[in-house]
Ligand binder design. Structure first.
Ligand code: FEO
Length: 407
């Protein structure tokens, strides 16, 4: 435990293994930074990876009577930050878990926590600890739906969990100001952005708007160094990258085709989106490598999935791609299903189920009607046999999709 500001302590874990993470290996390791604020009331901000959960709870128990812990703030539910909750919640029996509404169900399921242990917060809510005050600010989809950041007003300190983090393990230094050359982390900082945040880049500028309204002196991240100086530089890197993405919105069309009709639909969609100024790539999934397609999905701003229907099912290897979606960073990403069919067209509906199951923002007729008032465009977009007589409907659907992927 190390004091990093008045009554604020770092109590994390440096993980200097080659850490398996999101289909990658973190060659430089990482850290899981948690923070303890010991005011009249005591609040813990995030915890550590599940692997070190018991060790963390034991260490915290040596520093304080866990029954006096009042709040456990969980900014992000992934188990590399919430991982000690399972052991902690049973020992810190008086602590409330402070999180967004979206986080409650996940934490209840993961750690078997009773509903009454939660204190749900929304953007702008505050929590008085005595002489210090926390405020909470939702940052959805950075990088999962339930995320928020927590601001400690008196210390001008923002606890951002994954946001502005870097995957580096350093057993000697905690603060970026302790580095001989602060800029030596910039490459890793940008790689982290690319891997973790860029797939959700449409949510970066709204987050920047939120944090710019706060007077921030220190960004207390949950991986790597605490950014205790030049915070504008790090925020600027995120903002610049997101602004560049806004200029170059990428649509990806993946399709299979039996008789060529779904391919024709893909062409109409591609032409319309290209005319509207987007960068569009169409891929026949029968002619592409799985890994290549998954990478393209990761870096597209929105994806259209097209399928024919064969014996009420999805032909070819599109389904193998759909099965991988849950493993990718696609939560909240706009998507739509389309396809030509001859009899009942079940496959398009099955595709839709996969998109919803992966947490993508899959266009649905009811949402289109509610948001635009247009009742003549259907999503999933299904056309019987040859789409040539449905060109206008497909172009209109492309326009709705275009609106969904614009930043
Ligand atoms: Fe560092 Fe999304 O977990």
């Amino acid at each position: 435990m190390r004091e990093i500001a008045d009554k604020v302590f770092w109590i994390g874990k440096v993980d200097d293994r080659k850490v398996p993470f999101h289909r990658l290996v973190l060659e430089k390791g990482t850290s899981y930074n948690a923070y303890l604020i010991r005011d009249e009331k005591t609040a813990l901000i995030d915890t550590v990876d599940m692997l070190y959960g018991k060790e963390f709870t034991d260490n915290l128990g040596k520093e304080m009577d866990l029954l006096t812990l009042d709040f456990i703030v969980i900014n992000h539910t992934e188990p590399d930050h919430s991982g000690a909750l399972g052991s902690l919640i049973r020992k810190a029996q008086n602590a409330k878990v402070v999180c967004t509404a979206f986080a409650v169900y996940e934490l209840m399921e993961m750690y078997k926590i009773d509903k009454e242990r939660f204190l749900v917060v929304r953007t702008g809510d505050t929590l008085n600890l005595g002489t210090k005050t926390l405020s909470f600010h939702e940052t959805p989809f950075l990088h999962t739906e339930e995320t928020m950041v927590t601001y400690l007003e008196e210390e001008k300190m923002l606890f951002t969990c994954d946001i502005f983090s870097t995957h580096i393990a350093d057993n000697d230094r905690l603060l970026v100001s302790e580095l001989e050359d602060e800029d030596s982390i910039l490459e890793d900082f940008k790689v982290y952005y690319k891997l973790i945040m860029d797939p959700h880049r449409r949510y970066v500028l709204p987050m920047i708007d939120v944090v710019k309204k706060l007077d921030i002196r220190t960004i207390a991240t949950s991986h790597g160094y605490i950014l205790d100086q030049n915070v504008e530089k790090y925020m600027g890197i995120y903002e610049e990258a997101a602004l560049q993405s806004k200029e170059n919105v990428k649509a990806l069309i993946l399709y299979n085709t039996m008789s060529g009709n779904t391919k024709k639909m893909a062409r109409i969609l591609e032409n319309e989106l290209t005319e509207q100024g987007f960068i569009v790539e169409s891929i026949n999934t029968e002619k592409a490598e799985l890994e290549e397609v998954l990478t393209k999905i990761q870096y597209a701003d929105g994806i259209l999935f097209g399928t024919s229907t064969k014996y009420a099912d999805i032909p070819g290897n599109l389904e193998a791609i759909l099965k991988e979606l849950k493993e990718l960073e696609v939560e909240g990403k706009p998507a739509a299903a389309f396809g030509s069919y001859g009899w009942s067209g079940e496959a398009v509906e099955v595709v839709q189920d996969y998109l919803v199951g992966a947490g993508m923002k899959a266009l649905r007729s009811s949402d289109v009607i509610k948001s635009t008032g247009m009742s003549d465009i259907s999503f999933p977009l299904r056309v019987r046999f040859n789409p040539e007589n449905s060109t206008n409907e497909i172009k209109a659907a492309a326009s709705v999709f275009a609106d969904a992927i614009r930043f």
